[in-house]
Design a protein around this ligand. Structure first.
Ligand SMILES: [Zn+2]
Ligand SMILES: [Zn+2]
Length: 270
């Protein structure tokens, strides 16, 4: 009887894409000190419930990590799942309870919005993160959670933020051509949190002061039904008072956390 080419074969399958990726990574890290771990990263946006796509986001790098280990590299590995809980809530999800109670917080970071499910967690984001844990239990992947809000508040991103404000012109020149025309006006690598209304999607940066790590801002943007409060002033970008824009965010995390591997789809580069 002829062999069936599609029959399951013994593990590992070095022709599969995770092994291709892992081989490239092995070449890239082979000069690292033996004790330096190889860092894999993925992300979760806790602005809504975890779903099948979320699971894929965490499983795919886990495959590559597994392949990397099977190939016998001497370096240990870590998978960081970065929780984007500084992201402003853009719309109230359809599938949560108490939607009316959440609506007034539109535009604020999800780490600062009360838990719509009740007093079980300290924030909207914390509840979603707990669901993520439950959701991933059956697939038994190993990962560490890092929360954006804690990284910013603790100052661990401060040195990276100082570099970003010093280079804001160069960064804008790189990113602007990749954006749709209507999104270029007023684009800034830094998104300050409004000290008056707590929104992060509503602020427009009007001046940069790298020497004192501050920006001047005007809380004037309207977004998804939420309106800026009109605040005008100058404030520090350090210690959790600002976050960086999407795309710049990758650079900041890769730089500060020494990330070696993160997957992205074409949907993320448009
Ligand atoms: Zn809860
Ligand atoms: Zn405001």
């Amino acid at each position: 009887m002829p062999a069936i080419s599609s029959a399951p074969q013994a593990h590992p399958r070095p022709d599969l894409w995770p092994y291709e990726e892992a081989r490239k990574l092995t070449e890239r890290v082979h000069n690292y000190e033996p004790q330096r771990p190889v860092i894999f990263q993925s992300g979760f946006g806790p602005s809504g419930l975890p779903h099948l796509g979320t699971m894929g986001e965490i499983l795919r790098p886990s495959y590559v990590r597994h392949a990397f280990e099977v190939l016998g590299d001497i370096h240990s590995t870590r998978l960081i799942v970065f929780i984007d809980d500084m992201d402003g809530l853009r719309k109230v999800p359809e599938n949560i309870p108490n939607r009316e109670a959440t609506a007034p917080y539109l535009g604020q970071p999800v780490s600062r919005i009360p838990d719509p499910f009740g007093p079980c967690h300290d924030s909207f984001a914390s509840h979603m993160v707990s669901l993520l844990g439950t959701f991933l239990e059956p697939v038994e992947v190993e990962y560490e959670l890092l929360r954006s809000s804690e990284m910013y508040a603790s100052g661990r991103f401060d040195q990276g933020l100082r570099l970003i404000i010093a280079k804001h012109r160069e960064i804008t020149a790189i990113i602007a051509p990749t954006l749709r025309e209507e999104n270029r006006v007023g684009w800034s690598p830094i998104m300050p949190l409004c000290p008056q209304c707590g929104q992060i999607n509503s602020t427009l940066v009007t001046a940069y002061h790298p020497e004192r790590a501050t920006v001047e801002l005007s809380c004037q943007r309207n977004f998804g039904g939420a309106n800026g409060c009109g605040f005008i002033g100058e404030q520090s970008i350090l210690g959790g008072q600002a976050k960086v824009q999407w795309k710049v965010d990758w650079a900041l995390r890769w730089y500060v956390l020494n990330v070696d591997y993160e997957l992205y789809g074409k949907d993320l580069i448009d």
